[in-house]
Design a protein around this ligand. Sequence first.
Ligand code: UD2
Length: 315
Amino acid sequence: MAFMFRRALVTGGAGFIGSHLVAALVGQGCDVTVLDNLASGHQTNLDTVKDKITFIKGDIKDERVLNRIIKGCEVVFHLAAVVSVTQTVKDPVGSALVNELGAIRVLDAARKNGVRRVVLSSSSAVYGDAPQLPKSESMIPAPMSPYAVQKLTNEYYAELYHRLYGLEAVCLRYFNVYGPHQDPSSPYSGVISIFMLKAINGEAPIIYGDGGQTRDFVFVKDVVQANLLAAAHEAAPGRVFNVGTSSSVSVNGLWEMIARLAQCRLPAKHEAPRPGDIVHSLASIQRAKELLGFQPSVTFEEGLRLTFAWYRQSK
Ligand code: UD2
């Protein structure tokens, strides 16, 4: 029996993935509160639902705010985080205060206020550069950045809160998520957002290395689907699930597809590989398929088309 819920809190709900999740929850009649400090999220991401949600500008580190707004929620989707790997390398302590301590505060506020389930956003970063493909949840994690350690720590705490306190915590390891609302403004933004902007502006992108590296790109709508399944399904609590598509595309192939969409004939410039860049990444989504009924619904071509239309319109 699926767990039906009416009230949810989304931390990081003004961010790229969070804002899509909020819209989907509102669409299914859920009463949604968003907590976001707008450090990397944008309130404009919530424009279409702003009259139908409660928006709180605040921090997950603020225990008082958290305890106040979590009351009465049946599910918490925890997406608030320092999302840049580079930022966590520059500031391991500051980022841990948000990504580790902040997450524990969310789990603890949930426990103390009778929340039934918490869905936490984790990352494929926890696998590091282990060569085995596809990456499956049974592999031993090999985190290689503070970001990855922080996400893995969240997973351990989630499991612990499930075991010790019976809180129904679920973790989702996202692979390379793309789609509308992804911010292309930093050199460490998602490659699709960067390439889209370059193509629209008629500029050549930079490909690091020979471009043969591959990624499992998952459209944001499917990440939302995974969150909703994780929140509702009885098989989810206490578990970790990969969220990807189980197919991959090379960075060269990606630029070809985007250039075709934009009718841009510029060849990419190649630079030295990024230090620490992993070569191949591919998800096994067997567990999510079997236990949650997860099935990616948007083909890569379709997802790119939708994303491109959004960047062109919002330019
Ligand atoms: C993703 C996640 C990161 C972490 C990591 C774990 C994103 C945005 N980042 O990093 O948070 O979970 O996986 O492994 O999802 N590239 C170019 N040119 C550019 C930008 C990127 O060639 O202008 C290449 C880059 O060198 C890499 C690939 O594109 O090989 C993907 O880069 P990315 O930054 O989008 O994502 P990734 O996989 O490094």
